[in-house]
Structure formats: C-alpha cells, structure tokens
Design a protein around this ligand. Sequence first.
Ligand code: FAD
Length: 414
Amino acid sequence: MDLSDAKSVVIVGAGQAAAQACQSLRMGGYEGGLTVIGDEPALPYQRPPLSKAYMKGDLPEERLYFKPAAWYEDNNIEVMLGVSATGIDRRAQRVLLENDGHVDYDALILATGSRPRKLPVEGADLGGVHDLRGLADVERIRPQMIEGHRLVVVGAGYIGLEAAAVARQMGLEVTVLEMAARVLARVTSPVMSDFFEAEHSRQGVDLRVGARLEGLKGQGGKVTGAVLGDGTEVPADIVLVGIGILPNTELAEAAGIGCKDGIIVDRDARTSDPRIFAAGDCTRRLLVHYGREGRLESVHNAIEQGKLAAAAILGKPRPPEDCPWFWSDQYDLKLQIAGLSEGYDDIIVRGDPDARKFAAFYMRAGRLIAVDAVNSGPEFMASKKLIMVGASVAPADLQDTSTSMKEIAAKAAA
Ligand SMILES: Cc1cc2nc3c(=O)[nH]c(=O)nc-3n(C[C@H](O)[C@H](O)[C@H](O)COP(=O)(O)OP(=O)(O)OC[C@H]3O[C@@H](n4cnc5c(N)ncnc54)[C@H](O)[C@@H]3O)c2cc1C
C-alpha cells in the first residue's frame, strides 16, 4: 500500500523506536501531522543507562532524553504524555485513548515496547521489591541503594548482573539468585558465563546458580528476605527482579493484527494491516542473517525498525538491515555482542580472559555467526561486518592475536 500521501502518522508508545521513527520521518521529508502517544510521563529516553551509569548516579537525567522538548515543538510533533492508548478502530483508522479521546491516522506505528515478567511467588508485591524497566523504577530503587544494605537480585540476565555490579560499586551487599545452572544461560555460552561468574564472585557478589526462589518474606509490608527451594533464607532490604520481559501486544491482538509472541512484522516493519507498522521490543520479525523469525530486545532493533517503518511510510527504499547487536557494562568490563550465537557448533577464543580482554567467536559450519567481545572493540566491529556477509573465517587466524582483525576481515572478504 502506498502511504506516501499520508497526512497523519500516529505512534503509540514513546520510547526508543518512537523517537527514531519521529526523526526518520521528519528527516525524510514527511511534513504531515505527527502524534506520539506515551503512557509514561517522560519524553522518550534511553533505558540502557537505567541499570548502568544512571542507576549509579554517574549520568544526569537530562542525558537520558533523546531530544529536548523544544525539538518536538520545532519539528511540529505532538507528544501526548501520560496517556494510554486503549484501542485501535482499524475501520475508522483511529486510535482510542484512555481519556475518551481519539487520534485519527493514515499510518500507525505501534512502538509499545515490553514489560517485565512478574515474579510468580508469594511476597512479590511487598514493599522494596522492584522491577527495572523505566525511570520511575529507578526513582523508587535509588533511595534504597544505601551502603551496607542487602540487595537480592532475582535473575542473572544482563539487567540483573548490571544492577548487581552497580550495587557492589555503591557498597551494598549483593546476592544474585539464578534458577539456571549458570548466569546468562539464555543468551551466551558457558565460556562467557564462567567468566562473568568469576568476575562477580571476585567483586564480592554472593552468586547462587541453580537456586529456585520459593517466596519472599516481609514484615510490616516490607520485604525482609528471600526463601529458596531448599529452605535457605537470604536476608534482604531490597529485591530487584530481572527475569525477562513480555512484548506489549495487547492493543494489536485486540485489533485483530497478527501476533505470535510479538506483533508479526515483515521486513518493512509492516503488520498484517498495511496501514499499521510495529517497531522495537513488541515485534516478531524475520532475522534476515539467520533465515528464521525471532524477537529481539535491543536498542539496535528499535532503531532499525523505527527507520524501516518510516522508510516504508515515506515510500523510500528499505534501509539496510544490520546484524543484531547489543552491549552490557559490568564493573570495568564492556561486553559487546554481535549476532546470535544460538546453534553454534564451535567456539574460538581470542585473547586472554585473565587479562580481561578477549572475545568468543561462535561458528556454524565454518561461518562466523556471533561474537561476544569483552573490552575488545575491534573484534566486535570486524565481526559485525563478517557476520552480515556470512563469511567463513579460519579458526587459526582468529586465535592468533598477532594477526589484526582488519587483516582477518580483509582475508575473509578476498
Ligand atoms: C534497564 C534496561 C537496560 C537495558 N540495557 C540495554 C543495553 O545495554 N543494550 C541494548 O541494546 N538494549 C538494552 N535494553 C533494552 C532496550 O532499552 C529496549 O530494547 C528498547 O528500549 C526498546 O525500545 P522500544 O521503543 O521498543 O520500547 P520502549 O523503549 O520500552 O518504549 C515503549 C513505550 O511505550 C509505552 N507504551 C506501551 N503501551 C502503551 C500504550 N497502550 N499507550 C501508550 N504508551 C504505551 C511504554 O510505557 C514505553 O514508554 C535495556 C532495557 C532496560 C529496561
């Protein structure tokens, strides 16, 4: 469907993908009405620092925002904050709002993001038990991040481990509870899990893998501890839950748009309704470099789909699709990840984990499919390009640190 004469574009959700779509539409020459509806009270902001520099107090709040309020005014973008979209009337091309209002669209972008999974145990609603998704969560958590306080982190994924690192640096006593047999089990290999487990233990985190949380105990409505499956009790002043997210698909589902663990979109970020697009955490998409569908939870994905949706609305050529990438900061370690390692048949380690500077390359049938690079920028950058072209790389070259990544990339491209 040609939407290049659209007079009104509406975006539901005011996060990373929405901010990108606004920029791409205006920079791409779209001059019609542009409305963003966000249920949080804040202008679009970056979430990654919430479990990193911002949580630690090293980044002022104004640095979180993609653009100041004046930018939206200057670009004639109406931002409706603190307002929830409650429905989509596809026949009338109308988004319904919680305050009985509505906004009409010629093209609609759903950028509703995701929400934290709730802890399915008794005591999950006690005071002092927190999710970590938005600015408001950090405002609740930060006053409790006091030296000597006991923090229990439930879930050893990236967000949980980042928060654990920040808390240790702030002088809290930290216990991490992970149900799986190793940390980061869902996203990386045992090589990386071992490295991060050793690092957190060295930093004084009490890391317990294979630990099933039975429930949370409290007194006077406030959490006092976590009870494990084996009956052990871990005292806690504050509990942070990081056990994954769920895509916000309810609006799309209620409107009859195709969803399957995410709003299903094509390579232009278009849903089953040709006037409706979706971008970011809420989507399920074709992972073009892997030949399968999946859901990505990353800044890269939100930015890319924001651009794809804008290009499709403007009738412009599809921007290139990058391989998935992600990062995590823990202590002085910068982990950069390119590609998806699932399904690898070989791992090649380059560099020395003890020197805190190394990379794990994931291969399938001789081709590089992903890398986890710790304090190793060149390994990350070169791998991104190699993964996108499905390059075959000789393991011996990768292992040999006297051969630069530039040389390896040039050889693989020849
Ligand atoms: C603590 C934390 C750390 C992270 N660290 C990293 C990292 O290091 N690297 C990385 O790549 N990614 C990281 N991420 C993930 C990254 O931030 C997300 O993938 C990204 O924000 C997704 O953008 P989005 O626009 O899809 O969703 P969001 O940014 O979540 O925006 C969606 C917005 O839509 C709103 N909304 C939902 N439903 C409605 C409705 N019906 N009406 C109105 N508004 C609605 C939501 O409240 C939200 O404000 C992190 C996330 C968190 C929470």
